[in-house]
Design a protein around this ligand. Sequence first.
Ligand code: PMP
Length: 356
Amino acid sequence: MGKFLADRFRYFEAYAPGEQPRDRKYVKLNTNESPFPPASGVARALAECAETLNLYPDPTYAALRGKLAALHGVTPDMVTVGCGSDEILDFIFRAFLSDRGAVFPDVTYGFYKVLAELYGIAYREIPLRDGFAVAPSDYAPTAPSGGNPAVVLAEPNAPTGIAAGEKAITEILEADPLRPVVIDEAYADFSGVSAVPLLGKHKNLIVVRTFSKSRSLAGGRVGYCVASPEIIRDIDLIRFSTNPYNLSRAAVAAAEASLDDDGYFKECVETVVRTRDRFAADLRAIGFDLSDSSANFVFARCPEISGKRLAAVLRERGFLVRRFDGERIKDHLRITVGSRSDMAALFSELKNIAEK
Ligand code: PMP
């Protein structure tokens, strides 16, 4: 730590992203990236875009927002964009959570806690029930309407992959229409269910989405938010006040080309879902314990081997998976669904290890 760092960051623990190793070639199943390349139009769009990089992008991102609005059946003033959904979450935490605080599950995306700490936002972690289930009653308001902390939920949740479902989300939305409910849909394309249709009725809903997983653009860094025009205006207040050109022209070109190829998108998502279900069934058959994943990863535990050991053995054999230190999940591994051949290879390794 340098001598110039502000005091309040002295003991600050940054978010630790999944490893992007360079020491050797691994089958990389640790950061939920897509095993497939971006849509073929992306390379063409990037080549054309290169000619225009002397110019700033349109800070309103009207064209991309228009396409996203059409995709979700909303108006363009209900969409804004971010450099990955992590930036959208950052905007949301700053814009809406600063005074009111936040609640989120004890087992969820680690970035929520880091953002809350970063901005000095009061937060409470609500233990998931047995089987890592979200119980809407655990999010029941305790203060008069409007005075309650915002709710932040990943749907499906990460790293468990479990979807709480529309009924649970509606119950949480309705419990206090004056508290924001942030639904992080990073993996929702793999469950096929989105909360966006609930926006018509629930003005406190904020949906966060990304191109990183289902659209094979993790490196492109494109995320977006769908919410009421009022909420979008407030997010844009923060966006324009921090980085009005937050998406590069290259990122925009890639995102638009991806949206133009719906067939490829659907094919990739379907392949991942089929591969996931097959891999999950195979793992269950050899005694692993798995949650029902609606995402592009599985959350699995081998009853006989600690998570730390299993991850280390897999690493020696060339497979990177994600493990966690949290007490409740220290023996689970989050394994991204890769290509069919990678999952077949991983399955035979796991079978060998489990049989010993
Ligand atoms: N939300 C969840 C639940 C995630 O797992 C991730 C990926 N780490 C993100 C948001 C952020 O993804 P990105 O910034 O690449 O859109």
